[in-house]
Ligand binder design. Structure first.
Ligand SMILES: *Cc1c(COP(=O)(O)O)cnc(C)c1O
Length: 436
């Protein structure tokens, strides 16, 4: 299948869409069309990796990877994304747990799929000369997921930049505990300095030529595709058990995870309503109520991985469903949740079921509790749990007055030694570190 820019550029092959990240015209790559399935097309397939391979095959057809989709999915999607029943009866509520990967957040899915795909594209020797350097600036979850996903991948190395002293201790550990082909650099400055440095490196022809620089940012279509697969897998599983569709509430920042859910529904999966939960960054909810798309600087909230004032993937959503607010509102609903409500929800849900949820997941649970009875009665809702609460221990533990045990994958990684070097926010310093 060809991939097109959301603006007007010429079609490109899957390999190019994945290796270049964004289109030269500044748009985002989307598939030229969406395949359509029925649940019967997945008969006999239960594992996440197998469902994903069936769902994603059409996107790879015609590319050099067409015969490797099953291998890529089995290589990348090695952990479950279970749909766990939290409440049963007339108002069934489940949580889709996306935190069983190596860094305990849903970004592991996209990052691992991207790494498995890029590794094979590079092995074919067509698009970039190895070793390829993935350069990433991070303020939080992305860097750890990318580092984990590319660790030990032949022909690839990761150079991750984070602002010195400005990421949480656990986040910093997830960035710096890898070694081998993962280099972590603390930058004397802010997150914006890290981003500026990465941009300057990508703009420098000599550095690009020498190191085959590549990005792994969240707007890469290679990260979105596998995210549609967990919605497919979860909704199919419930459909098989009950004959009922599932409605999803997705905590949303840059809209990647939420947009992937819209894709899954458009591909014929048994998905009913889709509702986005945002934090106090209200660009999406204001758009739905006023009709005007007004990107703005982000504000800091407790659900920090959703602190986005200009959600990039809205461009994909509007290209798919229509650019005006009415068209978008026919597809999805969105509600904003402030920090006080996030705190209250973390406490209330712990009192109710004894489960600690992360601040992002709490926005989704609050939106569920606010639905009117008619929307809940007889309908199966699933709130997406985007990260494990133990990743946000400094927020969650004081609220609950108890410790939250990290899941085994995260606990293991927290035991590894961390290594990093500190550099000034200057291109020559970064260039020198790229050299060795
Ligand atoms: C990245 C992230 C989000 C937001 O996902 P988007 O795809 O940007 O909407 C939500 N929760 C957690 C824990 C994240 O890491």
């Amino acid at each position: 299948m060809d991939f097109l820019s959301t603006r007007n550029g010429p079609p490109v092959r899957l390999e190019q869409a994945i290796m270049s990240g964004t289109a030269p015209d500044g748009g985002l790559y989307v598939p030229a069309s969406l395949p359509h399935f029925t649940p019967a097309d997945f008969a006999g397939l239960e594992d996440f990796a197998d469902v994903a391979a069936r769902l994603l095959q059409p996107f790879f057809d015609g590319s050099s990877l067409a015969g490797e989709v099953g291998d890529i999915c089995r290589d990348a999607l090695t952990f479950p994304v279970p749909l766990r029943a939290v409440e049963t009866g007339a108002e069934p509520l489940s949580v889709l747990e996306m935190f069983h990967g190596p860094t305990a957040a849903f970004k592991d899915v996209g990052a691992r799929f991207l790494a498995a795909t890029m590794a094979r594209i590079i092995a074919h020797g067509e698009f970039a000369q190895p070793p390829v350097t993935i350069l990433v600036a991070t303020s939080g979850d992305t860097g750890g997921a990318v580092a984990a996903a590319f660790h030990h991948r032949p022909g690839l190395r990761v150079v991750g930049l984070f602002p010195e002293g400005r990421v949480s201790p656990r986040q910093q550990h997830q960035l710096t505990c890898w070694g081998d082909n993962v280099v972590s650099l603390a930058v004397r400055g802010e997150f914006d300095d890290c981003q500026r440095l990465v941009k300057a490196a990508f703009a420098d022809e000599q550095l690009n030529a020498e190191h085959s620089l590549c990005s792994a940012n969240s707007i890469n279509v290679g990260r979105l595709l596998p995210q549609a697969a967990y919605y497919a897998c979860a909704s199919l599983g419930y459909w098989r058990e009950t004959g009922q569709a599932t409605s999803f509430i997705v905590p949303t920042g840059n809209l990647g995870n939420g947009f992937a859910c819209v894709w899954a529904r458009r591909m014929g999966m048994p998905i009913d309503r889709i509702v986005f939960a945002t934090n106090a960054n209200m660009t999406i909810t204001d758009f739905l109520s006023s009709g005007d798309w007004v990107p703005r600087p982000s504000i800091a909230t407790l659900a920090s991985a959703m602190d986005v004032g200009d959600p990039s993937n809205m461009e994909r959503l509007r290209a798919l469903v229509g650019a005006d607010a009415e068209s978008v509102a026919r597809e999805i609903d969105a509600y904003a949740v402030d920090d006080d409500t996030i705190r209250a929800t973390i406490r209330d849900e712990f009192d109710r079921h004894g489960i600690a949820w992360c601040p992002h997941t709490a926005t989704g649970l609050h939106v569920y509790r606010e639905l009117d009875a008619a929307a809940r009665q007889g309908h199966h809702w699933a709130v997406v749990a985007t990260a494990h609460a133990a990743k946000f221990d400094t927020i969650v533990e004081p609220l609950l007055g108890t410790t939250v045990e990290p899941p085994p994958e995260l606990a293991e990684l927290l035991g590894w030694e961390s290594h990093y070097e500190t550099i000034d926010a200057e291109l020559p310093d970064l260039a020198a570190r790229l050299q060795d």
